[in-house]
Write a protein that binds this ligand. Structure first.
Ligand code: AMP
Length: 202
């Protein structure tokens, strides 16, 4: 796509990937709640893993408290461990992790990543790798809360520089520093932006 292609339309729904724990940086909790509030205030439906624990629970509760719509997709076997949220707008109980990720993917117009652990990385890398296979062109915005994702930006840059991915594969990935940048970044995301520009922002 040429640089002049139109930007993505405003998303109706965004899927948030984030920790089922709180992490050690207390500021992550504030950011998670601010993200939930922002999505609700902007009329963007939150799609997420359906749990009530960790940063996941905070994003969902903040969105609900602000009058937003929240869709949770949770495997039956995790209902107890991740405290399946009882008060969501819609809960979809699935049988496997693969079904969960597919529904999260299908029901959202883009992805927002907060600090998280291995599950968050797994979810992120799946949508990233699907992108490299040309399976979608949905935007992926990574909130670099407190520099938490700086090593990830360096790793992705290294993958490209090492010749294992094209720069264009990361055209739809952006690192941002705060919640306020999420929707403007998605709206302005050019379809053929250079990787370096985005990773430089970290
Ligand atoms: P974490 O980032 O490890 O705290 O996990 C965040 C979310 O990712 C939780 O809802 C986990 O259930 C989920 N998760 C954990 N492992 C995986 C996996 N292998 N594939 C997909 N999701 C996962």
């Amino acid at each position: 796509m040429p640089e002049s292609s139109p930007p993505f339309p405003n998303p109706k729904s965004l899927c948030v990937f984030c920790g089922a724990r709180f992490g050690t940086d207390p500021a992550s909790r504030t950011t998670a709640m601010a993200l939930g509030q922002m999505l609700a205030n902007q009329g963007v439906t939150l799609v997420y893993g359906g749990g009530g624990v960790g940063l996941m629970g905070l994003v969902a509760n903040a969105a609900l408290d602000s009058g937003g719509k929240v869709i949770g997709i949770i495997p039956r076997f995790l209902l107890e461990r991740e405290a399946g949220h009882p008060d969501l707008t819609e809960t979809s109980v699935v049988e496997t992790m693969h079904e969960r990720k597919l529904q999260m993917f299908e029901r959202s117009d883009g992805f927002v990543v907060l600090p998280g652990g291995l599950g968050t990385l797994e979810e992120l890398f799946e949508v990233l790798s699907w992108r490299t296979l040309g399976l979608h062109s949905k935007p992926i915005v990574i909130i670099d809360q407190g520099g938490y994702w700086k090593p990830l930006a360096a790793l992705l840059q290294n993958v490209v520089e090492g010749g294992f991915a094209e720069r264009t594969h990361l055209d739809h990935v952006a690192f941002v520093n705060g919640i306020d940048e999420v929707l403007p970044t998605i709206a302005a995301m050019p379809r053929s932006a250079g990787l370096a520009k985005r990773l430089d922002r970290v």
